[in-house]
Write a protein that binds this ligand. Structure first.
Ligand code: UDX
Length: 502
């Protein structure tokens, strides 16, 4: 790993990192921050006031720590956290129900505040009260193109970071072709299993139903979300670089296509494994938790310790999915009827307008008994640790990109139930391309879920996907150590940032 520039007259790069304020985006951009600190950089991680206060609440409820640095963030020298308001009411849903308004508010209301903060941070001659030099580069979430433009307007070069898979970005980039070919929006009565032909490199496996949800849901070519994703992806072409939390071996075809348009693309993932490998090789003792907007319930680890090897199906729908009561009940009955042990993350805001605990009374006695005997339901877990636990045999996942990478690194096969945005294409990669799991998209009835859970946990199919997952994990882990593609790409990224900071 690089060290700070030996020429002491050159101030070390100071990078401001600004993730879109939801859990999945914050996690991997925090890992990137940590990696850059290890490379000698100063890092300011910019969060929203809302999220920072959630982190502070979580840290004070977990350890009564009065330190102003939230303890759920790693306490690392040269890494600090600042925040700006997202300018939305405290009770605005910051999940899939409210993310478009969140984006709008960041653009209209928060962006001017960001610009004036950045002006203050980049115009210093010396160091500030925290001992940080002037900001010399910005890495902003690629779905915030207006923040990238604002940075450049202030005179700070900006790089885009997209947290989703390269394959989903490649599809977003091709939205104009999908529209031109008439494949999107779907015509009435379209066969969802029909192949999609206008995405170069994906002709052999991509079906209509595997397209990201904005393509599936658009009613007309001007659809707001469809155009928003097309526009912010095309915007990355005009930035100083594009960082992706993926790796060459997993997504070589999409990366090759993306690089034909955006040559300075750096595939440096999986970042959580990069950080872990760096810490363990260098005896860095940093606390190993991701930033958590929900309080992590670590009692599940004790529960896992008591379960037999590979006997548990771990179930989670990520950080932003919102479900109906009916769907949740189908899952509940299926999990119990499968006879498997299950660890189930049910977030406090998973159900729209209702506490999930209300459902308990409407369940049959048999389902309640099965839950008590074989289930453990919690609101949030340390997911990377859960996926590394030997009791976990399979991950029933919504196929968010972080969860997918975390499962791959853990060597845990997946049962995919994609929900929205990039998840539909991610689950297709898992089921059809890498063959490390089963794709259950568009099914939500108890009979199918039970059948799929059984198939993913036991029998011939289960052995095959487990074997493939194990092999893929080895390959992926090799990419983050010296000589591996992500490791080498990361070194190139460091040089690129330094060249921008001169
Ligand atoms: C969505 C998209 O689907 C994803 O692909 C995109 O890149 C980010 O936005 P999200 O629902 O947040 O993602 O899922 P995911 O990307 O999987 O991220 C969830 C994160 O929360 C993971 O890093 C996971 O480890 C963490 N998590 C989840 C926990 O730490 N504990 C939990 O109980 C559940």
């Amino acid at each position: 790993m690089e060290t700070p520039d030996s020429d002491s007259s050159v101030p070390p790069p100071h990078v401001l990192i600004f993730p879109f304020p939801i859990q999945g985006h914050m996690n991997c951009m925090l890992y990137l921050s940590e990696m850059l600190v290890y490379s000698g950089f100063h890092i300011t991680l910019l969060l929203t006031d809302h999220n920072l206060s959630l982190l502070r609440n979580n840290s004070s409820s977990s350890n009564n720590n009065n330190n102003s640095h939230p303890s759920s963030l790693p306490n690392i020298p040269r890494l600090r956290v600042l925040s700006i308001p997202d300018c939305l009411p405290a009770d605005h849903p910051r999940n899939l129900d409210g993310w478009v308004e969140l984006l709008d508010s960041l653009k209209t209301n928060a962006c001017p505040l960001y610009k004036s903060l950045l002006l203050d941070l980049c115009k210093m001659d010396d160091v500030d009260a925290d001992g940080f030099p002037a900001v010399t580069c910005v890495i902003a979430d690629g779905i915030l193109p207006f923040m990238i433009d604002a940075s450049e307007e202030v005179g700070v070069p900006a790089i885009a970071f997209r947290t989703a898979s390269a394959s989903s970005l490649w599809i977003y980039y091709c939205i104009p072709q999908l529209i031109q070919s008439g494949e999107v929006p779907f015509r009435d009565g379209a066969d969802w299993d029909e192949p999609i032909n206008s995405i170069p490199g994906m002709e052999s496996f991509l079906r209509r139903r595997d397209l990201p949800s904005p393509c599936r849901l658009a009613k007309n070519p001007e659809d707001k979300v469809l155009q928003l994703l097309a526009t912010c992806t095309a915007h990355s072409e005009r930035t100083r670089g594009l960082i992706l939390n993926t790796l060459e071996t997993l997504e070589s075809i999409s990366l090759e296509q993306i690089r034909a348009h955006m040559p300075t693309t750096y595939a440096i993932g999986p970042l959580h494994e990069m950080v872990r490998a760096y810490r363990s090789q260098n005896n860095v003792c940093a606390h190993d938790k991701s930033v958590s907007l929900w309080h992590q319930d670590c009692t599940c680890m004790t529960w896992l310790d008591q379960q037999p090897h590979r006997s548990v199906i771990y179930v989670s729908y990520g950080s932003v999915a919102v479900m109906t009561r009916e769907s949740l009940i189908e899952f509940w009955i299926a999990l119990v009827n499968s006879g498997e042990h299950f660890l189930w993350v049910v977030r406090s805001d998973l159900l729209r307008g209702e506490e999930w605990t209300n459902i308990w009374d409407s369940l049959s006695l048999e389902v309640r008994k099965g839950t008590e005997e074989r289930g453990c339901i919690v609101s949030w877990v340390p997911q990377v640790e859960v996926l590394a636990h030997p009791a976990v045999g399979c991950f029933l996942t919504h196929s968010g990109w972080n969860s997918t990478l975390e499962s791959i690194v853990g060597g845990v096969p997946m049962l995919c139930w994609p929900f929205a945005v990039d998840q539909q294409i991610n689950s297709r990669l898992v089921g059809e391309v890498w063959r490390i799991g089963l794709d259950m998209k568009d099914a939500c009835d108890k009979t199918t879920i039970e059948k799929m859970v059984r198939a993913a946990m036991n029998g011939e199919t289960a052995s095959e996907i487990r074997k493939n997952a194990h092999e893929l994990a080895k390959m992926v882990k090799n990419s983050v150590v010296e000589g591996g593609s992500s490791f080498e790409n990361f070194q190139r990224l460091i040089e690129h940032i330094k060249s921008l900071c001169k």
